[in-house]
Design a binder for this molecule. Structure first.
Ligand code: ADP
Ligand code: ZN
Length: 744
């Protein structure tokens, strides 16, 4: 009996077994999508394995396999195997993992489960395109009126019926008549609106390489040409021209007949960046992005799968792009936290990129100005080969000087804001005077981060989360929870003591923007954070910055990443301590990366840059190393601390989190499972907790967790398997986070 094991999109770990009917035997291959019955539901699943072994369950219980969706496997063998391994590593249900990699998703109201998609019918919106027939057939009368006008429009090129309708009310009917008389042809096409391809890319000529770039490219190209499975850490200071290295590597990879994948942090995936790739590689690149519609995603997917398009560019989820004959993966800003998915399947795309490249016998390049300790440890172990770009690419550009302002001695400047000290204001004045540009970084959006009672000292919290509410004043004044988006009017008296008056404490980007606008009425001040710039709006603000229509740009993390703005000469870090204060063993690493990255926005053009950092702990080694751009010293220092404390990269972590509405139940289930795990630990794994998470409640769900730590990956895995198989109360959700990034 021929059996197929099939993964279905349900949140269960295992695959299900079906019988392959004799007529299906020849066509049934791994990766095929197939209809199968589960209970009384019809689902679309993916064939993981075909075998004629003795079934492990009673033959009478095995149902026959339904029909195949396509004639070819939807997932190439390489990708399927990779996904299976990923699912094992993260202890994530295979069905959920496959869902990440499959194209456009069918979401019909009746069959929510059919997430593995059916036939091609639901793909995107179809639009009708009209072409004029040239030369026009001689036996037809020349049309008059609207028809003539439409024909004239079409003389300039084909047009969509939808667009014609904007100009001519009855365009649809007229087109139908014109088609009957043979004057026009119509065709249906998928409506592809790709924001990244809105503008035509002008081809550029590569600059002549710096010697460090040549050496790096040489090493990567040699690895590609000899098809040797190698991985590199490209450590290049900000603006050292790392992108140029990726471009050359990708170009060579494509010449060698293989495909390439470039992954960038979410925030860096902008039309400007994609434009740079298109300018060099042409339009034969696919952009993988969460904002793509189903139709676009499907088309992108098909063109990669068929090998018609060989290069994919995207954020985290591009890891699963079905690039044919994959030969190269580049991960830009490999240290960036956005490569970790924080819900559903909690995978780390940088780590998995190394795996996927290794499995296909390809080359992997991880690039950063501030390599993660993880990657640095891989260099030490000989897994990654280090390539360095020690100077900026443009001859005139040098790394900026960094000055520290001790906020304990420098109080509020003229605006009264503690985050705008006098030296900071002076530095801004100078930029305005010399008509250069400044970026101010403050990782806190909104007007004021706290509302505080002057009587009982309590802060106003979200009713559903254990989080302080942030005041927003732009638009309707209100308090907002940055975790669950709860909003309400700004309270005036304290809910807790009922007598105290409330004051707004601290400053976010909105307040600083307001103060600067008042202080410098003639300067053009703008803000870049999630409140003003959702999605493509951030690009518009950066474009204004590029066109020099903004003098001072204040923003959150969004201003720190990847932007190449040559006229920015001043970068101000308003509150360097905020990043250091996060209760996480990675706080110093993150703060260092943030400081060096934001400093890297200064002086990228010809004029020297200046970075001004405000802090209350000027003696902090993290800040001092960042000030000297001394990545080497920081890595050594921090590595030593991690070794002493037995934290990654010297151990592996897994976080087991319990969530539910009933605090006592969640806590007791956490204790019970932790107890079971404790018994199974042996001497190689350590368990700490269980304890309430630092954010004890989110969206009304209480959160408890325990942490497992081990230097032995296999031993840790055994304990996790035990945890994942332990049944818990239905009202409690258990989340296993392998290699967690977010400890909150
Ligand atoms: P990184 O990715 O390392 O931050 P980029 O690739 O953005 O750096 O390069 C910074 C700037 O230097 C860009 O404007 C780029 O066009 C320019 N650049 C890169 N390589 C060279 C080179 N060899 N000669 C001159 N300019 C270069
Ligand atoms: Zn909330």
């Amino acid at each position: 009996m021929l059996l197929a094991s099939v993964a279905v999109p349900v949140p269960l770990g295992q695959a299900f077994t079906y019988q392959v009917m004799p007529a299906q035997a020849a066509a049934c291959r791994r990766g095929m999508r197939v209809v199968c019955e589960l209970g009384h539901r019809q689902l679309v699943g993916v064939v993981l394995q075909v075998s004629d072994r003795e079934p492990e369950i009673a033959v009478s219980k095995i149902k026959p396999l339904g029909s195949f969706i396509e004639s070819e496997p939807a997932l190439p063998e390489e990708l399927l195997d990779f996904l299976i391994e990923l699912s094992r590593y993260y202890l994530a249900p295979i069905g959920e993992v496959l869902r990440l990699a499959l194209p456009a998703v069918e979401r019909t109201p009746t069959s929510q489960e059919n997430l593995f998609e059916g036939k091609a019918r639901m793909i995107g919106r179809m639009v009708q395109e009209v072409h004029r027939v040239d030369p026009c057939p001689s036996d037809v009368k020349t049309p008059k009126g609207q028809a003539a006008e439409i024909l004239e429009v079409l003389g300039k090129g084909p047009s969509l019926v939808r667009d014609l309708e904007k100009q001519f009310k009855s365009a649809r009917a007229v087109v139908q008549r014109l088609e009957k008389s043979g004057l026009v042809r119509t065709s249906t096409a998928t409506d592809v609106k790709n924001p990244f391809f809105a503008q035509v890319a002008v081809r550029d000529t590569p600059p002549s390489l710096t010697s460090a770039q040549s050496v790096a490219i040489g090493a990567i190209v040699t690895a590609l040409e000899t098809a040797s499975r190698q991985a590199f850490l490209l450590h290049g200071v900000t603006a050292s021209g790392k992108t140029e290295v990726y471009l050359h590597a990708v170009q060579r990879c494509v010449e060698l007949g293989r495909g390439a994948l470039i992954m960038v942090p979410e925030i860096a995936l902008t039309p400007q960046l994609v434009g740079r790739f298109r300018a060099r590689l042409g339009d034969a690149i696919a952009v993988v992005h969460s904002a793509l519609g189903d139709g676009e995603r499907h088309q992108m997917w098909k063109s990669l799968r068929s090998g018609q398009v060989r290069v994919a560019v995207g954020a985290r989820s591009a890891l699963f792009a079905p690039v044919a004959n994959l030969g190269l993966i580049c991960v830009d800003e490999e240290h960036d936290a956005s490569f970790k998915q924080e819900d559903g399947v909690r995978y780390q795309a940088r780590d998995m990129a190394l795996w996927r490249a290794h499995r296909v016998g390809g080359v992997c390049v991880l690039g950063s100005a501030t390599p993660s300790l993880t990657s640095e440890a891989l260099v030490q172990r000989g897994v990654l080969q280090k390539l360095e770009l020690p100077t900026r690419a443009r001859a005139a550009s040098t790394l900026p000087t960094v000055e520290i302002i001790d906020m304990r001695r420098n109080k509020a400047g003229p605006t009264g804001d503690r985050l705008l000290t006098l030296p900071m204001v002076r530095a801004l004045e100078q930029v305005i005077e010399t008509k250069e540009q400044a970026i101010l970084f403050l990782n806190r959006r909104g007007f004021a981060p706290y509302v505080l009672c002057d009587n009982c000292g309590e802060i106003v919290r979200c009713p559903d989360c254990s989080i302080a509410l942030t005041v927003h004043r732009r638009g309707r004044p209100r308090v907002v929870c940055h975790t669950c988006e709860y909003q309400s009017a700004i309270p005036t008296t304290c809910e807790i003591c009922k007598v105290g008056e409330l004051t707004e404490e601290g400053a976010g980007t909105e307040r600083i923007e307001t103060s600067l606008t008042k202080l410098f009425p003639d300067a053009r001040v703008a803000r870049l954070d999630r409140d003003v710039a959702a999605g493509s709006k951030s690009e518009a603000i950066l474009e204004r910055m590029r066109r020099r229509e903004i003098d001072i740009l204040i923003g959150t993390q969004m201003v720190t990443k990847g932007h190449d703005l040559p006229d920015v000469t001043l970068v101000g870090v308003l509150d360097a301590d905020a990043a250091l204060a996060i209760p996480d063993y990675r706080a110093a690493e993150r703060a260092f990366q943030l400081l060096v990255q934001v400093a890297g926005r200064a002086g990228r053009g010809g004029r020297p840059g200046r970075v001004v950092v405000q802090t209350r702990q000027p003696e902090s080694p993290t800040i001092l190393f960042a000030m000297r751009h001394d990545v080497r010293a920081f890595l050594d220092h921090e590595t030593e601390l991690r070794r002493e404390l037995g934290y990654p990269p010297y151990a592996r972590l897994a976080l087991v989190r319990f969530e539910g509405m009933d605090d006592d139940l969640v806590s007791s289930e956490a204790r019970r499972v932790a107890g079971l795990a404790q018994k199974a630990l042996g001497s190689f794994v350590r368990l700490s907790g269980p304890a309430p998470a630092p954010i004890a409640r989110i969206r009304n769900r209480w959160r408890h967790r325990f942490l497992l730590k081990s230097a032995d990956r296999q031993k840790l895995r055994e304990v996790l398997l035990l945890v994942s198989r332990t049944p818990v109360d239905r009202r409690v959700r258990v989340i296993i986070d392998v290699d967690p990034m977010n400890m909150l």
